[in-house]
Design a protein around this ligand. Structure first.
Ligand SMILES: Cc1cc2nc3c(=O)[nH]c(=O)nc-3n(C[C@H](O)[C@H](O)[C@H](O)COP(=O)(O)OP(=O)(O)OC[C@H]3O[C@@H](n4cnc5c(N)ncnc54)[C@H](O)[C@@H]3O)c2cc1C
Length: 383
């Protein structure tokens, strides 16, 4: 721990992608300490994602945050990473004949934000994702601007950059108590007690637990477990193929290391925990993907589960708590926390500094109100 930790401006709780990206942007102008319970940052949801980026996924607020993040992934600051942060991976949002109306609705709802969008026939979808059963898909929206992200490189880039700017990361430092002494927050952790006028809650699935310790009204966050399997196929798959997402999000599947990666898009409510895959969800993945693809699901190489944590309206919660001065929320990233991290980290840092929402987000039609804390029961419905 450096001496600067004794004289802090901001303490960030949680070193997943949210805490890392916020810490990175804040460290430009503030003395920052990120405290993480685990011995390694990224152990929970950040290390368990499917790693895709799509401006055609999630509600309108999420899609705007995604659009505002594209530039960072494509052109990161000098020295941010030695490897590219992304590569092209088209996404097909496809459906059977009885889902055609849902495909059309998605096309109508997303064409203003996603630059490279087209509506194609089922045959064309199959050319882009050949494992599809013949005749399965009636049509699909092709998101040609979608990408696959290098989550490790992005996460490490934020943490390394934060340290280069003078910030600190302290692992093995579970926050066990939060109180104020009038001017500042006193944060008790397993690795010592720290003091700063601002605390950022970037605790992912534990967001409401940390808020409760601070005496804030809860946001009503719900962690939802999602499962992923990676399996062998009869013939090796081609990495140039697209990803296929069922338009009603009942499964997705994409090439992965010569096999396929699939999820049944399960959303099982869970307490915050070290989520593990359940046999029933692994079976569901095999069943749903098996119905849509030609070859049987082969040997399962790997499986995992993680918690996607949502506010009731499925938009992130970012802003100062209305009742607990200096307590700042950065939670509710749901299934979009990697693809939106550049914009959300930048936004959180700007709001902590009192500089309001960045101009590019305002230009995309977002307002501070879209993200501001919405105590449980007071938010607007999902849109
Ligand atoms: C199966 C799956 C697929 C996904 N696919 C995608 C995708 O393709 N694209 C995408 O953009 N997003 C995806 N996501 C979502 C994305 O992974 C999350 O939105 C993002 O990782 C959330 O980051 P976070 O930093 O908020 O949470 P986390 O990574 O969980 O970090 C929170 C951290 O806070 C720490 N913490 C909690 N309580 C305390 C405490 N009291 N003291 C100290 N530390 C504490 C935890 O240990 C944890 O490390 C997916 C998620 C899952 C599960």
């Amino acid at each position: 721990m450096t001496a600067s930790a004794l004289d802090l401006d901001v303490i960030v709780v949680g070193a997943g992608i949210a805490g890392a990206s916020c810490g990175y942007h804040l460290a430009e102008s503030r003395r920052v300490l990120v405290v993480e319970r685990e011995s390694q940052p990224g152990y929970h949801t950040t290390g368990r994602s499917a790693a895709f980026f799509a401006e055609t996924y999630g509600n309108r607020t999420v899609r705007a945050l995604c659009a505002a993040s594209r530039g960072f992934f494509a052109n990161p600051p000098d020295g941010f990473s030695e490897v590219p942060l992304w590569r092209r991976r088209r996404i097909l949002h496809g459906g059977r004949a009885d889902q055609a109306a849902a495909v059309d609705r998605l096309f109508g709802a997303t064409r203003d934000l996603a630059a490279d969008l087209s509506l194609v026939s089922g045959d064309a979808a199959r050319r882009l994702f050949p494992p599809l059963r013949s005749g399965y898909a009636a049509r699909a929206v092709v998101d040609g601007g979608a990408m696959e992200l290098d989550v490790h490189a992005i996460h490490q880039g934020f943490l390394r950059g934060m340290r280069q700017r003078g910030g600190d990361l302290l692992c093995g430092a579970e926050v066990t108590g939060l109180r104020t002494d009038g001017d500042a927050w006193i944060v008790a952790t397993a690795a010592g007690t720290f003091r700063a006028p601002v605390v950022v809650d970037a605790a992912g699935a534990w967001g409401d637990v940390v808020a409760s310790a601070a005496g804030a009204d809860l946001a009503g966050l719900t962690p939802l477990r999602r499962t992923i399997i990676v399996y062998d196929t009869e013939k090796p798959t081609d990495d140039a193929w697209s990803m296929f997402i069922d338009v009603e999000e009942r499964f997705y599947v994409k090439p992965e290391s010569g096999g396929l990666l699939a999820s049944p898009c399960d959303e099982t409510p869970s307490p915050p925990c070290d989520a593990q895959p359940e046999d029933i969800d692994v079976a569901l993945a095999a069943d749903r993907v098996g119905r849509a693809t030609r070859d049987p699901v082969g040997r399962i190489r790997r499986k995992w589960a993680g918690l996607r944590t949502f506010a009731p309206d499925r938009s992130p919660v970012v802003g100062f708590d209305p009742k607990r001065p200096g307590f700042f929320w950065l939670v509710g990233q749901g299934g979009y926390g990697i693809m939106t991290a550049p914009a959300l980290g930048r936004t959180a840092a700007s709001l902590v500094r009192g500089a309001g929402l960045p101009a590019d987000l305002l230009a995309l039609g977002l307002s501070e109100k879209d993200l501001a804390p919405r105590p449980k029961g007071t938010g607007k419905p999902a849109r």
